[in-house]
Each structure stands twice: as structure tokens, then as C-alpha cells.
Design a protein around this ligand. Structure first.
Ligand SMILES: Cc1cc2nc3c(=O)[nH]c(=O)nc-3n(C[C@H](O)[C@H](O)[C@H](O)COP(=O)(O)OP(=O)(O)OC[C@H]3O[C@@H](n4cnc5c(N)ncnc54)[C@H](O)[C@@H]3O)c2cc1C
Ligand code: SF4
Length: 586
């Protein structure tokens, strides 16, 4: 094994979460090495115009390492898990999944940071939370508040470049455009740096339906650049989006889509103390006397190296962070792997017989949506439900497009055959009249939904795969039905002539919003880390990313992941944490 020179900071994985903290620490003069398992792909070398190839990126999944980062899955603690053969979409590449994400970029609601307290305040006395207790929901507030992290959300928006209409600027609702911006968003101190993308026909039809239902549609905030004039606080200009549509699941050929790769790495690479090492697959965190001392990794040729350091930060995504901790014998008071949350899936498809929707045009994040059923926004409506249908929290409903041809082959209702003349007729008449909705239903953490090491399956180095245990509970089941019915009303109000889909919730191993497993908190018996992601058990070892999050929210999590990374950088630089004591922080 090759022993390498010591670094101040060793970062495992270089995806979304690793980007801000590695840049900020290197800028402050600390020697930082980021060990990334994947290759260093760029717009110039890999994602260029000649490579807009659905087969390569979406079907054969060139960026996804299904061999070393596979998952196993089961529904209950009593079952034997089997290799997960559903979709696993997380990328292994410099920049991680922020490279091939869609770019939908949100701040969480203020109440998302205090779900437990907010629900108890609203429903605690009414007995409405009994179904959650029966299912052993393990709700906890975050150890941080929205007000504390608001400046770090703003930092993300200006460093990575997030466009949108403000919905709540210092308490003023829809202050810039009377019909745009999410009126339910938590108050922001500063407007977005630029406006979002144009709407296409799909979005406008969705909007019509939402307005007809008395809802408040808005354009979702997006990390896709509108034009090339705006420069980020890191001095990066990203050319305006060409609406090419090879977007979700692809690296952007034009660098218009923000990511750790396109927006932060260019600045980090200017710094003498920053080193990025691709093709480094970390297999163990070596620790002694309650301190991490080094990590072991295999390089491209399988040769083992040992990288010592003073501070270690895990940014390898929830599954791999938990897997590495457990495989290294760091179980953080038995808290590692607990309270796993991801989205249960439902889907709704619609055909608009009399309208062309041009859904193939533009990125999927060129999208309208509604939050009228998200969080507790539909509380009054939910309270009208019979007790056996009542649920807490809710979902965002949106109108994604990006109908890449090779992936659209199965967008037909169950009564249309999947081959032959009838299939062809249906597809040629209707594919351009198709809309599939995004239903971002929230799920709760439960005692029996966990991540751990699979006893039966491991990679080529003997490292057990991460085992996911996840089942759908009453709250998710009820929510899925309610949200599906509201979405159906919306598309029908817009003129849908046929609607189908899966109204019930299904548990899956990975929804790309896979949170928990190293939850942050105030109580070391109920959480793995303190408010900065510092492990209670190992004070010079930090986690960053979704594994820290105590709740899922009804929005995509990546802006919150970037925010937490800036939050951690600030804590380290301002010495809010002590590297010998996780309890000593300000
Ligand atoms: C197709 C798709 C679309 C998405 N769209 C959105 C969206 O619109 N909005 C949104 O908010 N979120 C979206 N997401 C989710 C978003 O990509 C993730 O939330 C985010 O990338 C997670 O950040 P992370 O740093 O924790 O993990 P990642 O970005 O996945 O990065 C982790 C990195 O760690 C590396 N790694 C793992 N294990 C090891 C190891 N042992 N050694 C070394 N390196 C390792 C991986 O190779 C990877 O590069 C999407 C995801 C996908 C897949
Ligand atoms: S749609 Fe825009 S952001 Fe997406 S890949 Fe094409 S140019 Fe890039």
C-alpha cells in the first residue's frame, strides 16, 4: 500500500455536496484533496454536441457505477434483501449527480426544518397523528432553523447560479411578478440572480389547468442559465441554455446547467491548495482512539493507497457514506443507517387529444408547478377528509417535459398494446400530445426504514453493498391517493382527454432523493452528528449531504445539500466546532 503525504482536509467523493466545502477550505489556505471514484468528464471531452446519445447516457448509463455502488433492497427487516434491479440513477463522475441532474433548485420551507414541532402544534391534540405513531414514525426537528441557514441558501443561489421569480421577498408575496414565484416559499432576503427559462407548450397547458382549479402556478427555480451575461460570485459565466432537451440524465454539452463541475470546480482549480483525484474509490476510513487518521482507496489500476489527513469529510452520497462508515466500524452509537427516507413513487400520465404539447422541446426543468398541496398548505382541505384518509404533509406537482425519443417508447395507456399497428398508430397520433406529471410526495422517517451492510453481497474488494430496507406506510399511501386525484383534476381542467398511471405509492431503493442514515440532531442517542455534520463518535470526521437530513420535504433536496456544505465550511473556518469534541460548538 502506498502511503501518501498528509493533507489538512480529505474529502471522500466529489459530487454536489463536496463542491462548496472543498472550495471554501482550499480558498482559506488549507490543503484539500478530493478523492472521487468516477472519471473527470467535461463538456469539452465527453458531453459535447456529438455525444447527445440517449443510448450511451440514459440506457447504458455510462456515468453510473452499478458494479461497485450497487444496492440491495427489501421491504421489511425480516426479509432477505435481493440486488436492486430497479433504476439506480446516481452518477459516479467528477461533480457527481449534479452533472446529470435536472436542475430544479429549491430552498426548503421554514417548517421543513421543524416538521415534528409543526405537526404537533397543528394536530397534536386532535389525535390526527395516531397513524404515524402506529407506524413508528421517527420524526425529529432539524438542529438548525431556516433563519440560521438563509444566508447560505443565498450563497448557493449566487455561487451556483439559480434562476427564478421570488415568491416571498422579505415577507412581500410575489413582489416582482404578480403571477409568478412560489407564494408559499420561505422568506428570502434577496431576489434570485436571474429569471428562469421560457415556458413551452406543456408548461402553459399545465398552468391553464392549475389556474382553472384555483391554484397558484409558478415557474420552478432552476439551475439552468437563461443567458450568458450573468457571472456568478465565483466569476463563472455559463452560456444560455439552447433548449436542446438532452438534459436530465446527460451532462450539459453547453455548460448551461449548473453543477459542482461547471460552477465550482473552475474556481477550485485556480487554487494552489486544491487537488482533485478522480478514479479513487475509497474503501475504508481508518481510525484510532475515536479519531479518523486516514482513508484507504483503490486507484484506477486497483492499487491500494492510504491518504492521511487532519479533517475528513464524507461527500459520497447517502448510501456510500453510510456504507463506508459501517464498513469501517464507525457505528456512531448505533445511529448510522437509521431513519432512511426517500420518495415512494406514483405517476400520472395524460393525453391532450386536441393540443400539441411539444414536450420534446427544452430541458425538463423548464417547468411550471404548484405548491398548493405541499407541506401543510392544503391543511383545511385535508381536515375535511375522513380520519382513515387523513395524512400529514404533501407534495409538489409539476410539469416536466424532455421527451427524449428513445425513452418515450412506453408512454401509452394500458389499453393500448405495446407493439404492432395499434401501438404505432397511438404513438404517432399522441406522443406530441403527452404530458407526464411530477408528483414529489413527501415521506416520513420510520424506525424500520434503514440502511446497513448487506451480509450476502459485496464488491470486488469485499466491501458489502448498502442494503436498503424501505416500506410504504399509511401516511404515504393516503397522500399518494390524494395527490394523484388532485393532479388528475388539474390535467382534466386543462383539457386532458385520457389519464392513466399508478395511483398507489410504491417503495423503491433509490428515488434520487435518498436522505437520512447519518441524521443530524441535538441528542447523541437519536442522531449521528451534531448540527454541522460532525460525528458524535469521531469529532474530526464530518458528513455532508442528504444523509444528514431528518426530513425529506416536498421539494428536491440539492440546493439544501449545497447549503449544508457552505454551512459546514463556515463552521470549520469560523472555528464553531472543535476537532476534539463534537459537543463543543457554538
Ligand atoms: C437524473 C437525476 C436528476 C436529478 N434532478 C434533480 C433536481 O432537479 N433537483 C434536485 O434538487 N436534485 C436532483 N437530483 C438529485 C441530486 O443529483 C442529488 O441530490 C445530489 O447530486 C446529491 O449530492 P451528493 O454530493 O450527496 O451526491 P452525488 O452528487 O451523487 O456525489 C457523490 C459522489 O461521490 C462519489 N463516491 C461515492 N462513493 C465513493 C467512494 N467510496 N469513494 C470515492 N468517491 C465515491 C460518487 O462517484 C459521486 O461522484 C437528481 C438526480 C438524478 C440522478
Ligand atoms: S437543455 Fe439546456 S441545460 Fe439542458 S443540456 Fe441542453 S443546453 Fe444544457
Amino acid at each position: 500500500m502506498a502511503l501518501l503525504p498528509r493533507k489538512d482536509v480529505v474529502i471522500v467523493g466529489y459530487g454536489a455536496a463536496a463542491g462548496p466545502v472543498s472550495l471554501e477550505l482550499a480558498r482559506a489556505g488549507q490543503s484539500v484533496v478530493a478523492l472521487e471514484a468516477g472519471a473527470h468528464r467535461t463538456a469539452a471531452t465527453d458531453f459535447h454536441r456529438g455525444s447527445l446519445d440517449t443510448l450511451r447516457w440514459r440506457t447504458r448509463r455510462e456515468m453510473i457505477d452499478g458494479r461497485r455502488m450497487a444496492l440491495t433492497f427489501r421491504n421489511a427487516q425480516s426479509e432477505v434483501a435481493a440486488p436492486w434491479n430497479g433504476i439506480y440513477a446516481m452518477a459516479s463522475t467528477v461533480g457527481g449527480s449534479s452533472v446529470h441532474w435536472s436542475g430544479q433548485s429549491w430552498r426548503f420551507y421554514a417548517d421543513d426544518f421543524r416538521v415534528k414541532s409543526a405537526l404537533e402544534e397543528r394536530y397534536g391534540r386532535s389525535g390526527r397523528l395516531a397513524h404515524l405513531r402506529a407506524d413508528h414514525a421517527a420524526l425529529e426537528d432539524w438542529p438548525i432553523t431556516y433563519d440560521e441557514v438563509e444566508p447560505f441558501y443565498e450563497k448557493v443561489e449566487y455561487a451556483l447560479g439559480i434562476g427564478g421569480w421570488p415568491g416571498n421577498l422579505g415577507g412581500r408575496i410575489r413582489p416582482v411578478h404578480p403571477h409568478e414565484g412560489n407564494p408559499y416559499e420561505a422568506p428570502r432576503k434577496r431576489d434570485f440572480p436571474y429569471r428562469p427559462l421560457r415556458d413551452n407548450a406543456t408548461d402553459l397547458v399545465f398552468r391553464e389547468g392549475a389556474l382553472a382549479r384555483g391554484l397558484q402556478p409558478f415557474h420552478v427555480p432552476t439551475g439552468v442559465s437563461m443567458d450568458g451575461a450573468w457571472a456568478s460570485t465565483e466569476g463563472v459565466r455559463r452560456p444560455g441554455c439552447t433548449y436542446c432537451s438532452f438534459c436530465t440524465g446527460f451532462g450539459c454539452w453547453n455548460d448551461s446547467k449548473t453543477s459542482t463541475l461547471s460552477a465550482l470546480l473552475p474556481a477550485a482549480q485556480q487554487l494552489p491548495h486544491f487537488e482533485l483525484r478522480p478514479h479513487c474509490y475509497v474503501t475504508r476510513i481508518n481510525h484510532r482512539d475515536g479519531r479518523a487518521v486516514s482513508v484507504s482507496y483503490r486507484n484506477e489500476n486497483g492499487v491500494e493507497h492510504e491518504q492521511p489527513g487532519d479533517v475528513f469529510i464524507l461527500g459520497a452520497y447517502s448510501f456510500q457514506n453510510v456504507r463506508l462508515l459501517l464498513h469501517s466500524g464507525i457505528d456512531g452509537n448505533g445511529q448510522i443507517g437509521k431513519y432512511f427516507i426517500n420518495r415512494a413513487t406514483t405517476n400520472l400520465h395524460a393525453i391532450f387529444g386536441h393540443r400539441l404539447l411539444n414536450g420534446w422541446n427544452g430541458p425538463s426543468v423548464q417547468r411550471q408547478g404548484v405548491d398548493d398541496y405541499n407541506g401543510e398548505n392544503a391543511m383545511e382541505q385535508k381536515l375535511q377528509l375522513p380520519p382513515e384518509q387523513f395524512f400529514v404533509r404533501g407534495a409538489f406537482i409539476g410539469s416536466p417535459s424532455q421527451r427524449v425519443p428513445l425513452e418515450s417508447y412506453d408512454l401509452h395507456p394500458p389499453d393500448v398494446p405495446s407493439w404492432g399497428a395499434a401501438y404505432k398508430r397511438f404513438m404517432s397520433e399522441n406522443l406530441n400530445r403527452y404530458m407526464g406529471l411530477q408528483l414529489l410526495t413527501e415521506a416520513m422517517p420510520y424506525e424500520d426504514c434503514t440502511l446497513d451492510l448487506d451480509p450476502n453481497y459485496s464488491d470486488e474488494y469485499g466491501m458489502p453493498y448498502c442494503r436498503v430496507t424501505r416500506s410504504v406506510k399509511q401516511n404515504e399511501r393516503r397522500m399518494a391517493h390524494f395527490i394523484w386525484d388532485r393532479a388528475k383534476e388539474l390535467v382534466e381542467a386543462a383539457g386532458a382527454t385520457k389519464v392513466w398511471g399508478e395511483r398507489s405509492a410504491t417503495a423503491i431503493a433509490s428515488s434520487t432523493h435518498d436522505l437520512g442514515g447519518a441524521r443530524m440532531g441535538t441528542d447523541p442517542t437519536k442522531s449521528a452528528t451534531n448540527r454541522y455534520g460532525q460525528l458524535w463518535s469521531t469529532p474530526n470526521l464530518f458528513v455532508t449531504g442528504g444523509a444528514l437530513m431528518p426530513s425529506l420535504g416536498g421539494h428536491n433536496p440539492t440546493q439544501t445539500i449545497w447549503m449544508l456544505s457552505y454551512w459546514l465550511a463556515d463552521a470549520l473556518l469560523q472555528r464553531k466546532v472543535r476537532l476534539d469534541d463534537s459537543m463543543a460548538y457554538t
